[in-house]
Design a protein around this ligand. Sequence first.
Ligand code: ATP
Length: 228
Amino acid sequence: MALLELDNLSKSYGGTPALRGLTLRIEAGSVYGLLGPNGSGKTTTLGLALGVLQASGGTVRWFGQPLSSASKRRVGALLETPNFFPYLSARQNLLLAADVKRADHATVDTALELAGLSARQHDAFRGFSLGMKQRLALASTLLGNPEVLVLDEPTNGLDPQGIAEVRELIQRLAAEGKTIIIASHLLDEVEKVCTHVAVLQRGELRTAGAVRSILAATDRVAVRVAPD
Ligand code: ATP
């Protein structure tokens, strides 16, 4: 049984198709990249998978079942930058986020630890570097100890140091056994952190499979994604 199955999923915005008949299976234990240029349908795919958006057609199944409040608790998502309080500490911010999510406060310590922020947990958020801020955002997805993380362009807007930190964190979380689904427009990012990739262009699936076969040198031209 696949962890996430998208079957013939479609979405139109006001009559304009953004996603056309996407069928995809994501297995537990993978770091699955959704690769495509701006406007190719990555965010739409994640929104539909998480039930934030209503599909125009097709089905989403998590753990073999339609999306439910029980399956939502097993999935941590980072679709947009959380609004952390600048004058509160990293820990205080996560405690508040845990309250909002009704997640166990005990998972705050684990999240800080995994994000490499335990030593800075009492420092105010506003003094953090870009990479630390984004690592805290990733830590917030770990509250409640979900099995799956869904991340939309998690390195966007970061400086090179922050990008390196966040990629390293994603690799660490994968090594901890999390399944990770990550939207990215960066081929090298997918190549570095993902085990599997689905390439989207103009709302359609171009190809999908193991990164090493899809992005093998001979195939690179075929998956090079031109802006829409
Ligand atoms: P980006 O990296 O820019 O977010 P993306 O690959 O995530 O790109 P989507 O955001 O899913 O792509 O957008 C797919 C298409 O749907 C684009 O043509 C976009 O303009 C359109 N679109 C997305 N959201 C809406 C919306 N709320 N209303 C109308 N059109 C939308």
